[in-house]
Design a protein around this ligand. Sequence first.
Ligand code: SD4
Length: 284
Amino acid sequence: MSVPRLVATWRFGLGACDAAWSLLEQGDGPGAVVAACDHAERDPTVDSVGYGGIPDGSGRVTLDASYMESPRVAAGVCVVGRHLAVAQIARLAAERTRQVLIAGPGADEFAQQAGVESAALLSPTAAMAPQGAGAHDTIGVLGVDAAGRLFGACSTSGLGRKRPGRVGDSPIIGHGLYVDPEVGAVTATGTGELIMRVCGSFLAVELMRRGASTLDALQEVLQRIDRTLDVSPSDQVAFLALRSDGECAGAALINGFEFAMRDSAGARLCGPGVTIHHRPANQS
Ligand code: SD4
Protein backbone atom coordinates (compact mmCIF):
# COMPACT_ATOMS: atom_id res chain seq x y z
CA MET A 1 0.00 0.00 0.00
CA SER A 2 1.13 3.54 -0.73
CA VAL A 3 0.18 6.98 0.45
CA PRO A 4 -1.91 8.58 -2.32
CA ARG A 5 -0.33 11.83 -3.48
CA LEU A 6 -0.62 14.32 -6.32
CA VAL A 7 2.08 16.79 -7.35
CA ALA A 8 1.80 19.48 -10.02
CA THR A 9 4.04 22.17 -11.43
CA TRP A 10 3.73 25.84 -10.49
CA ARG A 11 1.52 27.72 -8.06
CA PHE A 12 -1.62 27.13 -10.11
CA GLY A 13 -1.02 23.43 -9.50
CA LEU A 14 -2.55 23.95 -6.03
CA GLY A 15 -6.08 24.51 -7.31
CA ALA A 16 -5.56 21.84 -9.94
CA CYS A 17 -4.52 19.21 -7.38
CA ASP A 18 -7.33 20.18 -5.05
CA ALA A 19 -9.88 19.83 -7.84
CA ALA A 20 -8.54 16.37 -8.69
CA TRP A 21 -7.93 14.99 -5.21
CA SER A 22 -11.29 13.30 -4.65
CA LEU A 23 -10.82 11.27 -7.84
CA LEU A 24 -7.46 9.98 -6.62
CA GLU A 25 -8.96 9.14 -3.24
CA GLN A 26 -11.65 7.14 -5.02
CA GLY A 27 -8.94 5.20 -6.83
CA ASP A 28 -9.32 6.94 -10.20
CA GLY A 29 -5.68 7.84 -10.86
CA PRO A 30 -6.08 8.42 -14.62
CA GLY A 31 -9.11 10.63 -13.99
CA ALA A 32 -7.24 12.57 -11.30
CA VAL A 33 -4.18 13.59 -13.32
CA VAL A 34 -6.36 14.53 -16.30
CA ALA A 35 -8.79 16.48 -14.08
CA ALA A 36 -5.88 18.47 -12.64
CA CYS A 37 -4.78 19.44 -16.16
CA ASP A 38 -8.37 20.18 -17.09
CA HIS A 39 -8.59 22.66 -14.21
CA ALA A 40 -5.63 24.62 -15.58
CA GLU A 41 -6.84 24.28 -19.18
CA ARG A 42 -10.09 26.04 -18.28
CA ASP A 43 -8.49 28.78 -16.19
CA PRO A 44 -8.17 31.95 -18.31
CA THR A 45 -5.55 33.39 -15.93
CA VAL A 46 -3.05 30.62 -16.71
CA ASP A 47 -1.39 32.05 -19.79
CA SER A 48 0.53 29.01 -20.95
CA VAL A 49 -2.07 26.25 -20.71
CA GLY A 50 -5.43 25.83 -22.42
CA TYR A 51 -7.88 28.70 -22.80
CA GLY A 52 -5.61 31.39 -21.34
CA GLY A 53 -2.70 30.31 -23.52
CA ILE A 54 -0.78 32.96 -25.39
CA PRO A 55 -1.09 32.44 -29.16
CA ASP A 56 1.70 31.55 -31.54
CA GLY A 57 3.41 34.06 -33.82
CA SER A 58 0.51 33.98 -36.25
CA GLY A 59 -2.06 34.76 -33.54
CA ARG A 60 -3.39 31.21 -33.23
CA VAL A 61 -3.50 29.18 -30.01
CA THR A 62 -2.44 25.56 -30.38
CA LEU A 63 -2.20 23.09 -27.53
CA ASP A 64 0.03 20.12 -26.69
CA ALA A 65 -0.48 17.41 -24.06
CA SER A 66 0.56 13.94 -23.01
CA TYR A 67 -0.67 11.16 -20.77
CA MET A 68 1.26 8.16 -19.47
CA GLU A 69 0.90 5.36 -16.96
CA SER A 70 3.39 2.89 -18.44
CA PRO A 71 5.35 2.40 -21.67
CA ARG A 72 2.30 0.47 -22.92
CA VAL A 73 -0.22 3.19 -22.07
CA ALA A 74 1.30 6.45 -23.27
CA ALA A 75 0.46 9.06 -25.90
CA GLY A 76 0.62 12.71 -26.78
CA VAL A 77 -1.26 15.13 -28.99
CA CYS A 78 0.22 18.31 -30.40
CA VAL A 79 -0.76 21.41 -32.39
CA VAL A 80 -4.39 20.87 -31.39
CA GLY A 81 -6.35 23.87 -32.64
CA ARG A 82 -10.02 23.17 -31.99
CA HIS A 83 -10.21 21.37 -28.63
CA LEU A 84 -9.43 22.48 -25.10
CA ALA A 85 -9.38 19.20 -23.17
CA VAL A 86 -6.03 18.10 -24.56
CA ALA A 87 -4.85 16.04 -21.58
CA GLN A 88 -8.08 14.07 -21.86
CA ILE A 89 -7.52 13.65 -25.61
CA ALA A 90 -3.99 12.36 -24.92
CA ARG A 91 -5.42 9.90 -22.41
CA LEU A 92 -7.96 8.69 -24.96
CA ALA A 93 -5.20 8.29 -27.55
CA ALA A 94 -3.14 6.27 -25.03
CA GLU A 95 -6.05 4.04 -24.10
CA ARG A 96 -7.75 3.59 -27.47
CA THR A 97 -5.08 3.75 -30.16
CA ARG A 98 -1.64 2.35 -30.92
CA GLN A 99 -0.33 5.80 -31.82
CA VAL A 100 2.11 7.53 -29.52
CA LEU A 101 1.80 11.01 -31.05
CA ILE A 102 -1.03 12.54 -33.08
CA ALA A 103 -0.48 16.02 -34.53
CA GLY A 104 -2.49 18.94 -35.86
CA PRO A 105 -5.76 18.43 -37.76
CA GLY A 106 -5.45 14.68 -37.22
CA ALA A 107 -5.48 15.21 -33.46
CA ASP A 108 -8.58 17.44 -33.68
CA GLU A 109 -10.23 14.84 -35.87
CA PHE A 110 -9.43 12.07 -33.39
CA ALA A 111 -10.86 14.20 -30.56
CA GLN A 112 -14.04 14.82 -32.52
CA GLN A 113 -14.45 11.13 -33.28
CA ALA A 114 -13.90 10.34 -29.59
CA GLY A 115 -16.73 12.71 -28.70
CA VAL A 116 -14.65 15.46 -27.11
CA GLU A 117 -16.37 18.85 -27.28
CA SER A 118 -14.69 21.41 -29.54
CA ALA A 119 -13.88 24.87 -28.21
CA ALA A 120 -12.51 28.27 -29.17
CA LEU A 121 -9.04 28.53 -27.65
CA LEU A 122 -8.09 32.20 -27.81
CA SER A 123 -9.15 34.19 -24.74
CA PRO A 124 -9.60 37.98 -25.06
CA THR A 125 -6.74 38.56 -22.59
CA ALA A 126 -4.35 36.24 -24.38
CA ALA A 127 -5.20 37.88 -27.70
CA MET A 128 -4.10 41.22 -26.20
CA ALA A 129 -0.87 39.85 -24.66
CA PRO A 130 2.09 41.94 -25.81
CA GLN A 131 4.28 40.63 -28.61
CA GLY A 132 7.13 40.11 -26.19
CA ALA A 133 5.10 37.84 -23.96
CA GLY A 134 6.85 34.52 -23.74
CA ALA A 135 5.23 32.71 -20.86
CA HIS A 136 6.08 29.14 -20.21
CA ASP A 137 4.35 27.56 -17.26
CA THR A 138 3.18 24.15 -18.41
CA ILE A 139 1.17 22.04 -16.02
CA GLY A 140 2.71 18.65 -15.36
CA VAL A 141 0.84 16.42 -12.91
CA LEU A 142 2.01 13.18 -11.33
CA GLY A 143 -0.08 10.96 -9.08
CA VAL A 144 0.30 7.78 -7.08
CA ASP A 145 -2.72 5.90 -5.78
CA ALA A 146 -3.14 3.75 -2.69
CA ALA A 147 -2.04 0.68 -4.65
CA GLY A 148 1.22 2.38 -5.68
CA ARG A 149 0.18 2.87 -9.30
CA LEU A 150 1.70 5.92 -10.97
CA PHE A 151 0.01 8.26 -13.47
CA GLY A 152 1.13 11.39 -15.30
CA ALA A 153 -0.30 14.09 -17.54
CA CYS A 154 1.07 17.28 -18.97
CA SER A 155 -0.67 20.15 -20.81
CA THR A 156 0.59 23.37 -22.41
CA SER A 157 0.06 25.99 -25.07
CA GLY A 158 3.83 25.94 -25.55
CA LEU A 159 6.05 28.97 -25.64
CA GLY A 160 4.14 32.24 -26.10
CA ARG A 161 4.46 33.64 -29.67
CA LYS A 162 6.15 30.41 -30.74
CA ARG A 163 6.84 29.77 -34.41
CA PRO A 164 3.67 28.24 -35.90
CA GLY A 165 4.18 24.48 -35.97
CA ARG A 166 6.81 24.52 -33.24
CA VAL A 167 6.36 21.63 -30.80
CA GLY A 168 8.06 21.43 -27.43
CA ASP A 169 8.68 18.67 -24.93
CA SER A 170 5.24 18.42 -23.32
CA PRO A 171 3.39 16.14 -25.80
CA ILE A 172 6.37 13.89 -26.44
CA ILE A 173 6.75 10.80 -24.31
CA GLY A 174 10.17 10.77 -22.66
CA HIS A 175 10.66 14.51 -22.95
CA GLY A 176 7.90 16.30 -21.04
CA LEU A 177 6.64 13.19 -19.26
CA TYR A 178 7.75 9.66 -18.53
CA VAL A 179 6.21 7.05 -16.24
CA ASP A 180 7.67 3.64 -15.53
CA PRO A 181 5.57 1.68 -13.02
CA GLU A 182 8.66 -0.09 -11.70
CA VAL A 183 10.72 3.05 -11.18
CA GLY A 184 8.87 6.35 -11.01
CA ALA A 185 7.37 9.28 -12.86
CA VAL A 186 8.89 12.55 -14.04
CA THR A 187 7.44 15.61 -15.75
CA ALA A 188 9.06 18.78 -17.06
CA THR A 189 8.30 22.45 -17.54
CA GLY A 190 10.31 25.23 -19.11
CA THR A 191 12.18 25.70 -22.36
CA GLY A 192 11.31 22.60 -24.34
CA GLU A 193 14.26 22.99 -26.68
CA LEU A 194 16.58 22.32 -23.71
CA ILE A 195 14.52 19.50 -22.20
CA MET A 196 14.24 17.67 -25.53
CA ARG A 197 17.96 17.70 -26.25
CA VAL A 198 18.59 15.38 -23.31
CA CYS A 199 15.27 13.44 -23.32
CA GLY A 200 14.86 15.03 -19.89
CA SER A 201 12.05 13.09 -18.25
CA PHE A 202 13.21 9.72 -19.58
CA LEU A 203 16.77 10.43 -18.50
CA ALA A 204 15.66 11.24 -14.96
CA VAL A 205 13.63 8.03 -14.70
CA GLU A 206 16.61 6.02 -15.97
CA LEU A 207 18.87 7.60 -13.34
CA MET A 208 16.30 6.64 -10.70
CA ARG A 209 16.29 3.11 -12.10
CA ARG A 210 20.01 2.95 -11.40
CA GLY A 211 19.49 3.96 -7.79
CA ALA A 212 19.45 7.76 -7.71
CA SER A 213 16.99 9.45 -5.37
CA THR A 214 14.31 11.57 -7.03
CA LEU A 215 16.18 14.77 -6.15
CA ASP A 216 19.62 13.51 -7.24
CA ALA A 217 18.19 12.32 -10.56
CA LEU A 218 16.59 15.70 -11.32
CA GLN A 219 19.72 17.56 -10.29
CA GLU A 220 21.87 15.44 -12.59
CA VAL A 221 19.59 16.08 -15.57
CA LEU A 222 19.62 19.83 -14.92
CA GLN A 223 23.40 19.82 -14.60
CA ARG A 224 23.63 17.94 -17.90
CA ILE A 225 21.49 20.61 -19.57
CA ASP A 226 23.49 23.40 -17.99
CA ARG A 227 26.85 21.89 -18.88
CA THR A 228 26.21 20.73 -22.41
CA LEU A 229 23.64 23.09 -23.96
CA ASP A 230 23.38 26.77 -24.84
CA VAL A 231 21.37 28.02 -21.89
CA SER A 232 20.44 31.70 -21.87
CA PRO A 233 20.07 33.55 -18.54
CA SER A 234 16.30 33.69 -18.91
CA ASP A 235 15.85 30.00 -19.70
CA GLN A 236 14.01 28.06 -17.05
CA VAL A 237 13.76 24.28 -16.86
CA ALA A 238 12.18 22.48 -13.93
CA PHE A 239 11.33 18.87 -13.24
CA LEU A 240 9.07 17.03 -10.82
CA ALA A 241 9.60 13.39 -9.85
CA LEU A 242 7.41 10.97 -7.91
CA ARG A 243 8.00 7.35 -6.90
CA SER A 244 5.41 4.75 -6.07
CA ASP A 245 6.39 4.92 -2.37
CA GLY A 246 5.40 8.60 -2.44
CA GLU A 247 8.94 10.05 -2.42
CA CYS A 248 8.90 13.17 -4.58
CA ALA A 249 11.12 16.08 -5.49
CA GLY A 250 11.24 19.21 -7.61
CA ALA A 251 14.33 20.89 -9.03
CA ALA A 252 14.89 23.89 -11.26
CA LEU A 253 17.54 25.64 -13.30
CA ILE A 254 16.81 29.13 -11.93
CA ASN A 255 14.77 30.77 -9.18
CA GLY A 256 11.02 31.06 -9.32
CA PHE A 257 9.86 27.47 -9.60
CA GLU A 258 7.25 26.16 -7.17
CA PHE A 259 5.14 23.05 -7.17
CA ALA A 260 1.98 21.91 -5.47
CA MET A 261 1.61 18.77 -3.40
CA ARG A 262 -1.72 17.27 -2.34
CA ASP A 263 -2.16 14.29 -0.05
CA SER A 264 -4.34 13.38 2.92
CA ALA A 265 -2.59 16.13 4.93
CA GLY A 266 -3.94 18.75 2.53
CA ALA A 267 -2.51 20.92 -0.25
CA ARG A 268 0.71 22.89 0.06
CA LEU A 269 3.15 24.77 -2.09
CA CYS A 270 6.76 23.54 -2.15
CA GLY A 271 9.98 25.08 -3.37
CA PRO A 272 12.47 23.09 -5.42
CA GLY A 273 14.90 20.93 -3.48
CA VAL A 274 17.64 22.14 -5.80
CA THR A 275 18.08 25.27 -7.91
CA ILE A 276 21.14 25.18 -10.16
CA HIS A 277 21.57 28.96 -10.59
CA HIS A 278 20.28 31.47 -8.09
CA ARG A 279 19.39 34.14 -10.58
CA PRO A 280 15.94 35.60 -10.93
CA ALA A 281 13.51 34.01 -13.33
CA ASN A 282 11.94 36.36 -15.86
CA GLN A 283 8.60 34.83 -15.03
CA SER A 284 7.15 32.31 -12.65
C1 SD4 B 1 7.29 23.85 -24.20
N1 SD4 B 1 7.78 23.04 -21.97
O1 SD4 B 1 6.45 23.85 -25.09
C2 SD4 B 1 6.80 23.73 -22.79
C3 SD4 B 1 6.47 25.08 -22.34
C4 SD4 B 1 6.46 25.24 -20.89
O2 SD4 B 1 6.56 25.84 -18.72
O3 SD4 B 1 6.73 24.86 -20.11
N2 SD4 B 1 6.56 25.54 -20.03
O4 SD4 B 1 8.48 24.00 -24.39
